[in-house]
Design a protein around this ligand. Structure first.
Ligand SMILES: Cc1cc2nc3c(=O)[nH]c(=O)nc-3n(C[C@H](O)[C@H](O)[C@H](O)COP(=O)(O)OP(=O)(O)OC[C@H]3O[C@@H](n4cnc5c(N)ncnc54)[C@H](O)[C@@H]3O)c2cc1C
Length: 445
């Protein structure tokens, strides 16, 4: 056997909501954590170039399905959360309980660790207010939703949420990464993990590419948090077959209508929403930067619409798709939409159209399809036990891939809570093996 390199208590792969939470929690209790992140740690400036480089690289962060649906993810420190809409939806506690995962306590703990409340009226966009007023007028149960936003730093009519908030108003998983680094965790950026090293049925380390070199690192625990696409790819290379099938990705489209009394297209997205649980449809207001809207208009073969922005009111309709498809060998997303998915998308379109028309909108049209929540590729109950452990000892998964059933809702809060729960489990285990616990370390009750 080759000489072993530096040993860690835990190696965490990926710094999105799952990996960032585990890194923060373990390092807080004195554990020696190595965080391996494929993406870079660039300053968050709100420059569209960063969004394009981190989320729109074909075959790396963007994949296109046969329905011409664009699936995006963030390859950067903080993962997709760096560019998310900061909508904090309560996790599916009962669904997870059915699979033996109780996160009731963790929901409260995470909510007290991150900002999580509805946006103040003065921070809501004109379009958001129009959406909410019109929906309520039609009898929809439309409510303001919780946002991961520090409202004292947030600015009205700002369109930078989706480009990476430069005002430090939007909470992202990078905030937890920063805490982990302050606690002494070590992060290597540009480290693309290829496989987990397994000896005698136990994970002992990982192999990764960094600066064109293949490197290895060793630890007594390995936590895979490379996201809904990344984690199944690494598991397959590590000898766990069958992962990466029958997943969800929450397809969506945007609808716009022109309303003359609206004078600004800028604003914070997803501030109010209508949850049509039985139909599997969620509707929200969805302001975005002019550039992003223009890209959708060109993609949707409506380039003439690309110049309209200030009086355009956007609504997003996102649906709960059925479990299907497979992640290809190189991470390509192979998933067609089934009839039931189309029915939901069309129902979403009809609801949005009704709301826009009721508000006086004209020239209503929709964008091409996209998706941004791939999950369920390494399901609890199928490939993981209720402690998120794989068939290998010491190897755990904690990200969107573990979600066992389709949610149809933004999953980041669920992932943060599972990260907190897994960390407690790992720390509890360490308690039973005192030799590995640092002298000053205490464990949560
Ligand atoms: C545009 C957009 C808007 C969204 N809006 C919302 C929202 O408002 N609310 C919400 O709850 N959710 C939202 N989401 C979804 C949410 O961001 C994701 O569900 C969440 O980030 C998933 O967390 P994760 O830990 O599973 O993985 P990710 O966030 O995908 O993080 C995985 C990390 O692993 C790294 N990685 C991947 N492969 C490797 C490898 N081989 N080696 C090393 N590192 C690797 C990646 O670079 C990344 O940093 C949005 C997503 C997008 C793209």
């Amino acid at each position: 056997m080759e000489p072993k390199q530096e040993e860690f208590d835990a190696i965490v792969i990926g710094s999105g909501p799952g990996g960032a939470t585990v890194s923060r929690e373990l390092s807080q209790y004195g554990k020696k954590v190595l965080l391996l992140e494929w993406g870079a740690y660039k300053p968050v400036t709100g420059n569209p170039k960063n969004l394009i480089l981190d989320c729109f690289m074909l075959g790396k962060s963007m994949f296109v399905t046969k329905n011409l649906l664009a699936m995006v993810r963030g390859i950067t420190t903080g993962g997709s959360s760096l560019y998310y809409c900061a909508l904090a939806v309560d996790p599916p506690v009962e669904m997870l309980k059915k699979h033996g995962v109780d996160i009731t306590k963790e929901v409260e703990e995470i909510k007290s660790a991150v900002p999580c409340s509805p946006l103040r009226d003065d921070l809501m966009s004109q379009a958001g207010k129009v959406f909410m007023e019109s929906a309520l007028d039609l009898g929809y149960d439309c409510k303001k939703m919780n946002k991961y936003i520090y409202q004292d730093k947030c600015r009205a009519e700002c369109d930078l949420c989706l480009l990476g908030c430069p005002h430090e108003a939007k909470w992202t998983a990078r905030d937890f990464v920063d805490e982990a680094l302050e606690n002494g965790a070590k992060m290597v950026n540009g480290a693309k993990v290829s496989r987990v090293i397994v000896e005698g049925g136990k994970a002992v380390g990982v192999e990764y590419k960094h600066e064109k070199q293949t490197r290895k690192a060793y630890a007594s625990k390995v936590v895979l948090a490379a996201g809904g696409i990344g984690s199944p790819m690494i598991l397959r290379e590590s000898g766990i077959d069958g992962v990466g099938y029958d997943f969800f990705f929450d397809p969506l489209w945007f609808m716009w209508g022109k309303i003359d009394r609206v004078t600004s297209g800028k604003g914070i997205p997803m501030t109010a929403g209508i949850l049509l649980q039985d139909e599997g449809v969620v509707l929200t207001d969805h302001n975005m930067p002019h550039m992003t809207k223009a890209i959708f208009d060109v993609q949707g073969l409506k380039p003439h619409k690309a110049f309209s922005y200030s009086n355009m009111v956007p609504i997003q309709a996102k649906v709960r798709d059925g479990l299907s498809g497979r992640i290809g060998k190189r991470g390509w997303v192979w998933k067609g939409l089934e009839q039931r998915d189309w029915q939901k998308l069309n129902a979403g379109y009809e609801h949005a159209k009704k709301i826009l028309e009721n508000a006086g909108a004209t020239g209503i049209y929709r964008s091409p399809l996209m998706a941004a929540h791939p999950g369920g590729t390494v399901k609890i109950g199928e490939f993981l036990d209720s402690d998120l452990k794989t068939e290998y000892d010491n190897l755990y998964v904690c990200d969107a891939s573990v979600i066992p059933d389709e949610m149809g809702l933004p999953p980041s809060m669920a992932i943060l809570c599972m990260g907190k729960r897994l960390s407690k489990h790992l720390l509890g285990q360490e308690k039973a093996a005192p030799a590995k616990v640092a002298a000053t370390v205490s464990t949560p009750s």
